[in-house]
Ligand binder design. Sequence first.
Ligand code: SAM
Ligand code: SF4
Length: 336
Amino acid sequence: MTLPLVDRFARVHRDLRVSLTDRCSLRCTYCMPEQGNEWLARQSILTVDEILEIATVAAAAGITTFRLTGGEPLLRTDIVEIVRRLAALESPAGPVEIAMTTNGIRLPEVLPDLVDAGLRRLNISLDTLDRERFRALTRRDRLDDVLAGVRAAQESGLRPLKINAVAMRGVNDDELADLVAFAVAHDAQMRFIEQMPLDAGHTWDRSTMVTREEILEALGRRWHLEPVPGRGGAPAERWRLDGGEHTVGVIASVTAPFCGACDRMRLTADGQLRNCLFSIDEYDLLPVMRADVAPADRASDIDRVLRNCIAGKKAGHAIDDPGFLQPARGMNAIGG
Ligand code: SAM
Ligand code: SF4
């Protein structure tokens, strides 16, 4: 039996975020530059067969959740095949679970096929309900397409459905309660993310980011917030709204990091394994995938790189350390 992926701090890794592309239909300011992005070379992007080979080894080593992300994962024309083949994998704990984080734009077209292929969990990113703000923030006039995607998700019956927003001062911090009400009306859970230093423009400034405390204060003016216990390794802390069935989540990666319970690792679209969103080091699987070797040898090489990556994982992301260095890749090329 393959041993689980345990790091030096006894964290067992069960979640692999798979970035399928660095390309995107939007250009969110906190993620990508407006122009001049250096795209990953097309020939370096992992094929569906290569993703499957890596995922098969990861599942055998105890990965139970594969979250597909990007860039925009729905831009992959083979997205349904990717979901179908991943969903058939088994980990020692049983069948794996396939989740996706998307900007929602192609959901009306593809969601029925994705659900049929085995997609089980969905997060949609939506930072504002105002068309002009959306256009300024994403540099694309596509709010209506995202809203259609949210409706398709609501109709799909995939639950819990989550809507993610990055809280930003002077951009959407006056809209936080309205976003929660919108999510509740669509039977979804709103989650606010503290903005992280991962923008390609390197413009992040801690003093201007909206904190967990400010988010809770804003929401507390409209609802009574009651903490939901039993967070486990989940990045979001949750609160029940007015004692009802709906909850809101906050992902306080900057002011209340949850590194101690982190069970995630990442695979970029060009085959780099990362043990943290913020790591500077990457563990290159591309030469392993392109080497002319027998499948069994490749599987053991993939397993070795997975374990090297986990062995190199640090205790925390250290955003607050004076020596903190922002990763060279923007969020779109890492996979959020
Ligand atoms: N395109 C898809 C989407 O937007 O959902 C998937 C990829 S996107 C990189 C994944 C998530 O990362 C989104 O929810 C986005 O809001 C979040 N994100 C991107 N840059 C961020 C940053 N600098 N700080 C916090 N969250 C960020
Ligand atoms: Fe695209 Fe998602 Fe980045 Fe926005 S956050 S630019 S939708 S990858």
